[in-house]
Design a protein around this ligand. Sequence first.
Ligand SMILES: C[S@@+](CC[C@H](N)C(=O)[O-])C[C@H]1O[C@@H](n2cnc3c(N)ncnc32)[C@H](O)[C@@H]1O
Length: 364
Amino acid sequence: MAHSYLVYSDKRFAENALKELGGKPVPFAGKFFITKSSASKAKTLEKAKRSTFTEWAAPIVGTAKLGKSYSQLIKTIAKLLKKDDTFTIEVINSRDISGTNAKSIEVLLGTELEKKGFVADLRNPSLFLYVILQKGEATICALSASDDAPKVLDVFRADKKIDDKLNRAQLKLKDAFERFPVPKKIGTALDLGSAPGGWAAYLLKKGMRVVAVDNALLEYDSISAKAVIAAKKQYLAQTKKLASKFSTKPNVVNINGIPKDFRLLHIRLRAGELKAKQLTKIGGVDMLTIDMNIYPRDCAGIANGLADSLNKGACLIMTIKLMTPNVDKHIKNVEKTLSKKYTSRIIKKLPHNRMELTLFAVKK
Ligand SMILES: C[S@@+](CC[C@H](N)C(=O)[O-])C[C@H]1O[C@@H](n2cnc3c(N)ncnc32)[C@H](O)[C@@H]1O
């Protein structure tokens, strides 16, 4: 029997997502649509996860009329919960009710359900409930802890809970680590288009040794590891002067004399100038990350050019900047170029991407 799923995509890519999964739009802030599927829940969620433009999907498990109070909604949720479930609720309030924000409705629903004997667990719930409020009606969706699917719906609201001041660029890479099959242990990462250093800082935090490539300087003082900067001979004096202004005093060396023992090496070059020989000297690369603001096909060309210098099984994470609105063409160009050297390719609009997509692939 076909079951209905609520699907969420970024407004900018709603039409692409709709085309990909099929379904009918619903007027929840213009970013949701309903798709019907007769396949199993696991298969349907997997399809949404593998799709390029869908960010989140969950089965619709109930609806409730909204009157002056939330009593019918609470009753409906109570019927859905099993005795042993622990739950968390995320509310998206698409009605225009001033002063009643999503957070306070979550607290109200949680409190009322606890009064009925159910147990809320915000950290490790067995059931994730999602309540989308529209005028007059609430749609309720649910995912189990065991469902292999993104659990957070409104990532931007969730970000506010993060103590660590990760910048937006880092959040994009964090999304990629969460949603793609990135190997657990990675030795050295090569990060192209690195400045101001958000990704480099994140990779370092993950325990990697990082080679950052960008002509621009990084925010060395905000990165946990002391940096070594390698510059061409003609830029050595200038780079030393610039580096001396940072309180962490990065060590500046000639590009021909790169030391082996570094945690963060910043090579001041354009990515296209990087030589395979330099990578061999560094001791091999297990992960290539690219976040350069250049045409996607040029990024893919650079990734291809460096592929032979990467260690076997190395993975690639690359943002595809949609410089022009022809999304399909950019995807096709990247796919065509990368298919020669990389396999297991996944392209996905990640929650923190704006006019861009992120690609994951593995060196052949
Ligand atoms: C969006 S920023 C990267 C942000 C970075 N991922 C972070 O987390 O801080 C893009 C960077 O790409 C760099 N870039 C553009 N073209 C490049 C090229 N050909 N080689 C190296 N870097 C390049 C720019 O200098 C810029 O610093």
